[in-house]
Each structure stands twice: as C-alpha cells, then as structure tokens.
Design a protein around this ligand. Structure first.
Ligand code: 1HE
Length: 260
C-alpha cells in the first residue's frame, strides 16, 4: 500500500540506514489504518542494503496514538481484528529484519508509545512526554502496549498511568526506562541516525541475536535460557565475520573499548 503519510528514505554509506518518517503532522501523526499497514509493508519491503532503521515523526510530536476518528462504531469482532492488525505491524518492527531506533519528541502517547515500545532503542529529546490516555478515553491499549510497556517501566507504573492519566516528562522518562538516551530539543533524529550508523556496522548475526534471541531468552526459565544462549553464541561465533573481527582485535587493527 502506498501513502504519503509514511516517507521511507535511505541514509549512510551504501544506504545502510532506512529512515521511516510518520508524515501526518497536521494530525500529530495519529495512526490510522493506512499508516499502520504502511509501517507493516515498509518493514516487509526494506531495501536489502538496510542494516538498521530509524522511525521519526514530522512536526512537534512523534505520535498522538490511534487515530480516534476511526474508532467510531466498531463491534467487538472488528475491534479484535483491528488490534491484531496493530500487533501484526508492530511485530514487524520488533522482530523484523533490522534493529530500529525511535527518534522521540513531543507527544509519545497511546499507540505512539506502543509503536515506540516495539523499537529496540529509543532516543528522546527534552520536549518528549509520555502518556496512556486510553484510560481517560474509555478504552484499553490494543497495539501490544500491555505486553511491551510493563517490560520497560513495570506493571505498577503502567497501571498508574492508565488509571490516573499521569504524564511523564522527558527527564523522568529516561530515568524510568522509556528511553535509553535523552538529548537536547531538536536533536533526537540526528542522535538516532548516529546510533543507527553504529548499529549497522555490527556483524549481522550479532544484531539478529540481539533482536530475535535476547528478548526470548529473557522470557525463558533460566534453565532453558542458558541453553538457548549457548546455541546462539555458538552460531554467532562460527560466522566468518566473527572470526575476522576477533582476529582484527588480536592483531591490533580494531578499536579498543574506551572509558566513557
Ligand atoms: C487527532 C489525534 C488522535 C490529535 N486521533 N486526531 N491518544 C490521545 O488520546 C491523544 C490525543 N491528542 C492529544 O492529546 C493532542 O492532540 C496532542 C497532545 C497530541 C497534541 O496537542 P496539540 O495542541 O499540539 O494539537 P491538537 O490541536 O490537539 O491536534 C491537532 C489536530 O490533530 C486536531 O485536528 P483538527 O482537525 O482539529 O486540526 C486533532 O483532533 C488531531 N488529533 N491527536 C485523531 N489521536 C491500538 S490502540 C491505541 C490506543 C490509542 O492510541 S488511543 C489515542 C490516544
């Protein structure tokens, strides 16, 4: 499906970073069905050169969540399938081909927070704020938020946000775990792009392990997790690229870890 509401461009050497920009600024990048389907399709059709992606939003706000004008008169069955459509699309973000970095600013609310939560790294600027207004609108999260958001901030904080309409600012948001990076106003995209370029330079199997194995290992009982980890480690280290990277370090050709 093609829509001007989602712009996809490529950056970096050999187009290694895909940039997806929500482009409904007049509606605060509210996510209508077309935009959700466009996100799904974009991850299904990334150029083979892409090794990382950035999601950004046009205008002062990252995303105002579900487009409420589409809520109208859905019955229970339609609501179920609508939510499953969001799950399907955001699964492509979380378990798609490349790590995804969200560049957050302004409102990151409702379904916008669900979208951000499906990304692997979140960079927030000083203007960012987080809320789950579903509670006030008489609805519930439906885009995977009940699964992903507690893993970032815990069940108790999410419950409080939805029961009371509590809004977290950018500083508290980073402290609590919504975002891993906090940067000055207007610089989230540049920082996200810089991180994406760095991520794109990793061995693809390491990035695959971090996206697809780590979150599953973290959900497994320890006994199974240790075994899955050992198998993933064996696969990653057997790749020719891993051998070359280790050799480069041992021969003094690779960067050392530097104190930050
Ligand atoms: C929208 C939406 C939207 C803005 N659906 N149209 N999300 C919410 O409940 C958030 C609702 N939005 C807001 O609280 C505010 O719009 C913002 C804090 C994000 C931004 O405020 P502001 O003053 O910059 O903009 P505005 O004047 O409120 O909005 C500009 C336009 O965008 C206006 O339309 P206009 O035709 O009058 O110009 C708004 O109606 C429109 N707009 N947000 C539709 N969300 C899978 S389940 C997920 C569940 C949810 O996400 S529930 C939604 C939660």
């Amino acid at each position: 499906m093609s829509t001007t509401d989602l712009i996809v461009q490529y950056h970096g050497d050999q187009n290694q970073v895909a940039v997806l920009r929500l482009n409904r600024g007049a509606k605060r990048n509210a996510l209508n069905d077309g935009l959700i389907i466009a996100i799904r399709d974009a991850f299904d059709n990334l150029a083979p050169t892409a090794r990382a992606a950035v999601i950004d939003g046009t205008g002062e706000h990252f995303c105002a969540g579900l487009d409420l004008s589409e809520l109208k008169e859905r019955d229970a069955g339609q609501g179920l399938h609508h939510s499953r459509m969001w799950h399907d699309a955001l699964e492509r973000v979380q378990y798609g081909p490349v790590p995804v970095i969200a560049a957050l600013h302004g409102a990151v609310v409702g379904g916008g927070l669900e979208l951000a939560s499906s990304c692997h790294i979140r960079v927030a600027d000083d203007t960012t704020f987080y809320a789950l207004p579903e509670g006030s609108r008489g609805i519930f999260v439906g885009g995977g938020g009940a699964v992903r958001i507690p893993r970032l901030i815990g069940v108790a904080r999410m419950t409080d946000m939805m029961l009371t309409g509590r809004v977290y600012n950018a500083v508290d948001g980073e402290r609590l775990g919504f975002a891993q990076y906090l940067v000055p106003a207007g610089t989230a995209f540049d920082k996200a792009l810089e991180i994406a370029v760095r991520v794109a330079s990793n061995a693809p199997l390491t990035n695959y392990a971090l996206m697809h194995a780590l979150p599953r290992i973290a959900e497994q009982p320890a006994d199974q997790g240790f075994l899955t980890e050992a198998m993933m480690a064996a696969i990653a280290q057997s790749a020719p690229e891993a051998k070359e990277r280790v050799r480069a370090f041992l021969e003094g050709r690779a960067d050392k870890v530097k104190k930050s």
